[in-house]
Structure formats: structure tokens, C-alpha cells
Ligand binder design. Sequence first.
Ligand code: UDP
Length: 397
Amino acid sequence: MIEKYASVVGEQEIDGIVKIAEKLKGVSVLHVNSTKAGGGVAEILNRMVPLMKDLGINVDWKIIRGDSEFFNVTKSFHNSLQNGTGSLNDEQFKIYDKWQEINSTEVPLDYDVMFIHDPQPAGLVKYKKNNTWIWRCHIDISNPFPPVWKFLSHYVSQYKSMIVSVPSFGRDDLDIPQFVIPPSIDPLSIKNGFIHDVTVRRVLRKYEIDENKPIITQVSRFDRAKDPIGVIRAFKLTRAHVDSQLVYVGSPASDDPEGEIVYKEVVKEVGDEKDIHLLMLPAGSDLEINAFQRASAVVMQKSIKEGFGLTVSEAMWKQRPVIGGNTGGIPLQVIHGITGYLVDSVEGASHYMTFLLKNKEYGNVLGARAKEHVRQNFLITRELRDYLLTILYSMGK
Ligand code: UDP
């Protein structure tokens, strides 16, 4: 399985990964997060876990459990860590702790390495045995709401090491080793692998999208941090100059209770606009997403806050020009004017949308550079190698 990637990243890279993995043969690793589907963490683990297994590592993946009260609390954590504001009280911290305790009796905690993703299960470390715990943080914690960070960092400081996605997310108030490992996409997955034009057109027809009108796409959960309203407003401004259509693809995530509310806000903003296709697809609609990204003249990821933004690399790998919000991990991927455009406003987004719709060839130039940038930096083989090295280091091997 790992050998298949040689055609994309070269034999040498694969050789390096296999050699590092040799040192971890027989080591047991458990990945723990809060959802099996929906969002970037599940997306990566779905591909990463089988690859680690293929390399001879004894790896498993478990999801923590929680009720709606718990996921409301963790969504508030998520928002207040990323936005620097919030209003959480002791009651909510207690709910968080209660579910850590419940999960500590259901999730096996005795693997050699416990790889804990994001804040939702971070408190499990309280129940750690004499093994190696690594906290993998996928969100922007550079400017957290102090009470929530104080609560969470008490747990994080008990880990052997921590991983963030972007250098600026590193914390100088923690004593544990911190690694910067940007996330990655799998070039051989159904979502990102090559598909024929015929398939792309078939998907467009299935969703009644005009093949002959330029398409602007954003693929995102219905989360205010992804600025769906801003995308729609930018599109409406653009459409006044260039005939085009917007495809906004979203799906629910079981650990995101705000999705439905935001979806309703989006429906209202769309109004009776015929050229906006608002699609709520079930999790696992990978072929459809692949097709929409490939069919697009422009791909948007107009986030206001973003951990990394896998959708950016997904589109760039398909040689599409991306307009991204200038935040979090997006500027690692989009180098302004070289591999896409970065924006801070609706007007800015509309400006570059219009430019790219009117200059398709230039979009292709950006797209070609974008693909090489992803090949060098954001493919799963690189993240896998970084994970293996972090495990080796954290275990003191
Ligand atoms: N995604 C999807 N269907 C959707 C919306 C998103 O499959 O309707 C996928 C998207 O293609 C990407 C991941 O979910 O692989 C989202 O990851 P990202 O890092 O962009 O954002 P997150 O949701 O983790 O904040």
C-alpha cells in the first residue's frame, strides 16, 4: 500500500518512511478523536490509520462518546479557543470532566502511545498509565479565551509532547516539547485521485448544475468560522459582473451541534438566488467533492479562523486556483499571487473571484504551481513521516 505512493512522491521518500517505521514495529498506537466522519481530523485518520498499519505498527482508532450537552461544551471550547472570547462557567467544565471520566472507562488507555486529537478528548490524560501521550492539536490556539486555555492547558501540560499545525499556534506558556506538523491530503484517495471528465460532468448533471457556466465552489462544514455568509455575499457581488454560479457543499459532523443553526442562516442569505447551489451531502461523498473541486473555475476557502483547511490543499492538488482567508494554516498553502490569493474581506474575495473568472489561463498558471506546492509539502506521506518521528522522539527511542 505505501509503495503505491512512490509514483507520486518518489522511491526515496517511501524508503525513508519504511526505515523509520522499522524502529516502531510492534509498538501499539491508539488514535483518539471525537468523530468518525465530518471535518478534517476524521478525513486524515481514515487514511492515516491504514497506512500506519501497513507499515507494521499496531495502530487502532477510537472515538470518544458524549451527549449533546458535552458536544455543546466542546463546541464552545472550540470557538472560544479560536476566537479569544467566550462565556464558560464551572458547570460546563464539570460536564467536560464528567465525560472524560466516562470515556476513560470505555477507551483503552494502555497502548504504548496514546495519540489524542484536539480538545474534546484531551482530558483523558488524567487517567494515563505509564505510557507515552501525545496531544495533536488541529485548531488555532494562538489567541485563546484565557479561562478555557487555563483549564485545558492544565491537561495539555501532562502530555509528553504536543503537535500544532502552524508555527504561530505554538505556546510559550507550556514546558512540553512542541512540534509543528501541518496536516495533509491523500493524493490516492477517492476524494483526491484522478477522475475522468466524464465522471465530473455526470456529477454536475446529477445535482442539476449548468456545465457551461463557470463554477465557484466552497466545501465546508456549516460553521461561522468558514464564513459561508461572506462567500455568498462575495459571489453576489461577482455575479453582477460575470455570469457564474456558486456551489456551496456542506455536510453534518456529529461533534458539531451548531451546524444546523448555521445552515439555516445560510439558507436565508441565499434567498431565491437560482445560481447558488446549496448542497448538504452525506459524509463520504468523496467522489462528488472531487468532481466539484475539479469542475471549478475558482475554489473558495474564505475562513475567518482556520486550523489548516484541508479543502485548500484538496483543490490545489487538482490544479485549481484557491481564494483563501488570510488566517491559520491557509497562508502556508496559499502564497498570495503565487499559488492562489489571500483575502481579508468580502470585497477582496469578490475582486479575485472576478479576476479569475475573467482570466482563466492565469488561474491555470496558479493551479499548476499550487499542485507542486502541495506535492512538496502537504501530502500524507510527509505527515506520516513526521508522526513516526514524533512518536520515536516522544518514546525516547
Ligand atoms: N468535507 C466533506 N464534505 C463536506 C464538507 C467537508 O467531505 O460537506 C471534507 C473536506 O473535503 C475536507 C474536510 O471535510 O476533507 C474538512 O477539513 P478542513 O480542514 O477543511 O476543515 P474542518 O472541517 O476540519 O474545520
